[in-house]
Design a protein around this ligand. Structure first.
Ligand code: SF4
Length: 378
């Protein structure tokens, strides 16, 4: 805990806020996208907005794996749990995300389907070993951070000869999402959303390194600062971005030097490359169909691919039109722009993924809407 407290120190937070105030030129506005929902929650939990000058704006990005999972993929998971032989091993957040016709894994479980909440991919492997009479499917979601554990689970299941273990793979890639944001009509030119630079995700970057962001700095002239998830990390990154923008630089800087290198974790990358390959196209909630933006299991490991084992098909589904999650995910709208926010949609009765997830922007706005000052919580 001492290590965490060092990154929540109030006097240091005030010093960093002062640095930001000095850097923010009064005649210009700064629009910074925090890609990851973990940063959004850090900003709201610690009241960091109150420390920023009025001309420094944070735009919330699509970096929450639960939020961006296409409803059609959740419907596929629901089709899986309807099979009597299947135990679906899922991370907890996914259970309350509404699919088509507002069905959820939670309701499916209440109706007798076998859905187990896990904390790690390894737990699903152990479950398969303990229940040879059932088919255990790991509902694998996440950006690059959670991909190596899924790869490891498949390799471990193969080593142990677990023929009743498979993975429903929904892993997606951060650089593809950033590219889609930068190419979106609302961001390009005089669109509705302005993004001057990115606060990059540290957990993803421990795996992929800082190198993949260099393309966005060079080609789109957007600075990226990779930041940790503690309040001092976020404040330091904002200050670094402002200094880059003031001096006309567009570079990749690494605030999270305690965990991220330029090349990332090569061992984890080779593990992922052994088991997964790029999918030609992948559907995202909010971002649509993006080329080479997700992973699938290589044919060498196809016996562990739940989509092949159970012949799952992806269908177009009609989204709840009243829910503004797609616009929130793209940074076009804020959660409070949604007429359902905190009225018909709450964390207790969520209507969209952004209100369910522990990294969702709507959940952050709802949960921390009364947090005012950083000094009391840092
Ligand atoms: Fe969707 Fe609820 Fe957020 Fe509105 S408040 S965008 S319905 S999750």
């Amino acid at each position: 805990m001492r290590y965490i407290r060092e990154f929540r120190d109030a006097p240091t937070a005030r010093a960093l806020a002062e640095r930001i105030r000095r850097a923010a030129q009064p005649k210009r506005d700064y629009y910074l996208m925090e890609f990851c929902g973990g940063h959004t929650h850090a900003v709201f939990r610690h009241g960091l907005l109150d420390l920023l000058p009025d001309n420094v704006h944070l735009v919330h990005g699509p970096g929450c794996p639960v939020c961006v999972l296409a409803t059609s993929r959740l419907d596929m998971a629901l089709a899986l749990v309807d099979r009597a032989e299947v135990i679906l091993a899922s991370y907890g957040d996914m259970l309350r995300v509404p699919a088509a016709r507002r069905r959820t894994l939670f309701k499916a479980r209440a109706g007798g389907c076998d859905v187990r909440v896990i904390q790690s991919a390894g737990e699903a492997v152990e479950l398969a070993a303990a229940r040879p009479d059932r088919q255990v499917v790991l509902f694998a979601i996440g950006f690059e951070t959670t991909t190596p554990p899924t790869a490891l689970a498949i390799l471990e299941a193969e080593r142990r000869g677990l023929a009743n273990f498979s993975v429903f793979c929904n892993h997606v890639l951060t650089p593809a999402a950033i590219q889609s944001i930068l190419d979106a009509p609302e961001v390009r030119g005089l669109g509705a959303v302005r993004v001057d630079g990115f606060i990059g995700p540290s957990h993803v970057s421990t795996v992929i390194g800082s190198r993949p962001y260099e393309y966005f700095a060079a080609e789109y002239q957007k600075p990226v600062v990779i930041a940790g998830f503690e309040p001092l990390d976020v404040l330091a990154a904002i200050g670094m971005l402002l200094e880059q923008l003031n001096s006309g630089r567009a570079e990749v800087e690494n605030q999270f030097t305690r965990g991220v290198s330029r090349d990332g974790n090569l061992k984890a990358q080779s593990l992922v490359a052994e088991v997964f390959e790029l999918k030609a196209e992948c559907t995202w909630r909010g971002l649509g169909r993006l080329p080479y933006s997700g992973l699938r299991i290589k044919s060498r490991y196809r016996s562990f691919d739940a989509e092949k084992r159970f012949r799952l098909k992806e269908f177009e589904v009609t989204e709840n039109r009243a829910c503004q999650c797609p616009a929130v995910i793209r940074g076009v709208k804020k959660p409070t722009d949604c007429p359902l926010f905190a009225t018909r949609c709450t964390p207790r009765e969520p209507l969209g993924s952004c209100m369910v997830s522990s990294e969702g922007a709507c959940a952050a706005y709802y949960r921390y809407r009364n947090v005012k000052r950083c000094a009391s919580s840092c």
